[in-house]
Design a protein around this ligand. Sequence first.
Ligand code: NAD
Ligand code: DAU
Length: 359
Amino acid sequence: MIFVTGGAGFIGSNFVLGWLAGKDEPVVNLDKLTYAGNLENLRGVEQDARHVFVRGDICDAALVTALLGTHRPRAIVHFAAESHVDRSILGPGDFVTTNVNGTFVLLEAARAYFSSLNGAERDSFRFLHVSTDEVYGSLGPQDPPFTETTAYAPNSPYSASKAASDHLVRAYRHTYGLPTLTTNCSNNYGPYQFPEKLIPLMVANALAGKPLPVYGDGKNVRDWLYVGDHCSAVRRVLQDGRLGETYNIGGWNEMSNLEVVHTLCDILDELAPASRSYRAQIAFVADRPGHDRRYAMDARKIERELGWKPAETFSTGIRKTVQWYLDHQDWVRNVQSGDYLKWVEQNYGARGTAQERAA
Ligand code: NAD
Ligand code: DAU
C-alpha cells in the first residue's frame, strides 16, 4: 500500500480518488483536517476498504512512526501542507510548523522505517515530496521558464517554507540515501479546490453576486494545470522517476489573472446567465504584499524522461471545472463555514477597491 499525507485537501483528495479508480493498491491517508481538509471530498471512497483514513498531524512523530510500522507502505506521497500564500502573509507560523517541521518529522520517520527494510521492500521504497514552482521566485516578462536547475529564490513565507522542505528532502537523499523524489508544480485548478484560491473564489463570488477581487493590476501571470494532470504526473514520477531527482510539472499555459477571470466570467455568462455579464462584478483591490509577477514552468524533463504531458488544455479543463462548481454548490456552501467568513473579512476587508482607495 501507499501512505499519503494531506489526502483530504484539494490535490490530495483528487490523487486518492484517481489512485483508487485506477489501481487496487490500498491507501493510508493521514490528514489533520485543517480548514482546507474535507472528508466530503472523499465521499466516493468512504465505504471502500482500500482507503484507510487517519485523522492526525504529520508533526506527531509517534503517530507517523506507528502508522508506517503497522501498514508498511511501499511509498510515501507527501501532499500535506499549509498552501495559501495570503494566509502565510497574515500568519506565517503554521506554515513553518507544518511545511518545515512536519516534513522533517516525516523524513525522520521515513528514515527509520527505510533502515528497517531489506531486499525487494528496501529497493522499491520511495518518498515522494510534492512541492511548488513558487520556490523559484518570480520571472520577468522575457525570462525563460523555470527549469529544475533554476536557483531557489522564494519570496513569501509559504514559498520559503516549501523551499526549506525541499532542501530537507534533498539533504535526506544526499546524507542518508533515502530514496526521495521531488515534484515542483505550477498552479492547479479543478474540483474540490477550496474557495480561497483564485478560480473557485471567483466562481463562488460571481454566483453570489459579490465583487470579483483582482489584486493589483491583474497582470500577474501564472501557469495553470488541471489537477488531474498533476496527479497523473505524480503517479509517473512515483513509478519511474530517478532517485534524488526533481521534476518540474506545468501546463505550458501562462495566463494573466485578468485573462483567467475574464474566461471564468464568459463561461458563467454562457452556463449560468444573469441579468448582466459577470465581468461587471470585477473589482481591482490592493495588491498582495510581495506579489510574485510571473511563474512559468519548463516541463520538458518530465516529458523527455518519463513521457508525461498534460492531457487537458486550459479551455477543456476550465469548462469542466466551472461546470463542477455549478453542480456542487452545496459543497461550496458547506466549506464556507464561520471560519471561512472570518478569513474573508481578514483578507479582503482591509483591501478596498481601487475606487475606495482613490476616494
Ligand atoms: P490544500 O490546502 O487544499 O490541502 C492541504 C491538506 O493538508 C489539507 O487536507 C489539510 O488538512 C492537510 N494538512 C495541513 N496541515 C497538516 C498537518 N500538519 N498534518 C496533516 N495534514 C495536514 O493544499 P493543496 O492545494 O491540495 O496542495 C497540496 C500540496 O501540493 C501542498 O504541498 C502544496 O504546497 C502543493 N502544491 C499545490 C499547488 C496548487 O496549485 N494548489 C501547486 C503546486 C504544489
Ligand atoms: O504556483 C503554485 C502555487 O499556486 C501553489 O504552490 C499554492 O499552494 C497555490 O495556492 C497557488 O498559489 P498562488 O498564490 O499563485 O494562488 P492563488 O489562487 O492564491 O492566486 C493566484 C493569482 O491570483 C495570484 O497572482 C494572486 C491572484 N489573486 C488571488 C486571489 C485569492 C487575486 O487577484 N485575487 C484573489 O482574491
